[in-house]
Design a protein around this ligand. Structure first.
Ligand SMILES: [Zn+2]
Length: 238
């Protein structure tokens, strides 16, 4: 399995603005510190999020894109791509597979991160239907769509060559096998989450809540007491 010193580019695929920051921003900060280029692909604009009924959903979509771009900057990411699918109604469709395969062929990442397509009964919010749909389509896009020269001939017609990704880091699923110590990047993860003002502005003790989650992950991974971790299921695809 490739280690971080051999990795040049990582593509992080998520369903909603803020998913990346709740799930993996601490790890992303460590990756960009190590000189790895990280690109985000956000499938929806999060237009069904927030609690402000006076704001139009179109305005909410614009706001959430702006917040995500600001959050990305906190952890060293400047390339954020939005696919504009409707929030709350994502399906693992052929169109979504093709759109994700297109991004994979454009970015040519050494590693992809995506949500788990499996329902996690112990952590239902992680198993939002959009997360599961995006996870399923992302894994199909990694294997076989992006690497198969005969999948989606329209991508080849766009000049996009097949691209093989060998490693996927899956978040939010029931099976975890990698625990990344993010104690040193925790403050930047919190700054990224704070950038999603429309979602986190009302959370009085955001750092405390995150510390609780992340220290449980660290404990699960056998890290020393007081450390914080983000957890993944890392899979290899030959
Ligand atoms: Zn989400």
């Amino acid at each position: 399995m490739p280690d971080d010193t051999t990795i040049g580019r990582i593509l992080v695929i998520v369903a909603h603005p803020d998913d990346v920051d709740f799930g993996v921003a601490g790890t992303v900060a460590a990756w960009t510190d190590a000189g790895i280029e990280v690109i985000y692909c956000i499938v929806t604009d999060g237009d069904a999020g927030g609690s402000d009924a006076s704001m139009s959903r179109a305005d909410m979509a614009v706001l959430r894109r702006t917040e995500q771009i600001a959050a990305a900057k906190c952890v060293g990411v400047s390339d954020v791509r939005f696919l504009g699918y409707p929030d709350g109604r994502v399906e693992a469709s052929i169109d979504l597979r093709k759109d994700l395969a297109r991004v994979i062929r454009q970015v040519r990442p050494d590693r992809v991160s995506c949500p788990s397509p499996e329902r996690n009964y112990a952590r239902m919010p992680a198993s939002h239907p959009d997360h599961r749909a995006v996870g399923s389509a992302a894994l199909d896009a990694v294997y076989p769509d992006a690497r198969n020269p005969f999948a989606f001939p329209e991508l080849a017609a766009e000049g996009l060559e097949p691209w093989t990704v060998h490693e996927v880091w899956i978040t939010g699923g029931p099976e975890l096998n990698r625990f990344v110590d993010i104690t040193e990047t925790f403050d930047r993860k919190i700054a990224a989450l704070r950038a999603h003002e429309s979602q986190t502005g009302h959370m009085d003790d955001l750092p405390g809540m995150l510390r609780g989650w992340l220290s449980r992950s660290a404990e699960m991974g056998g890290l020393p007491k007081g450390r914080l971790a983000e957890a993944f299921q890392v899979i290899e695809i030959r």
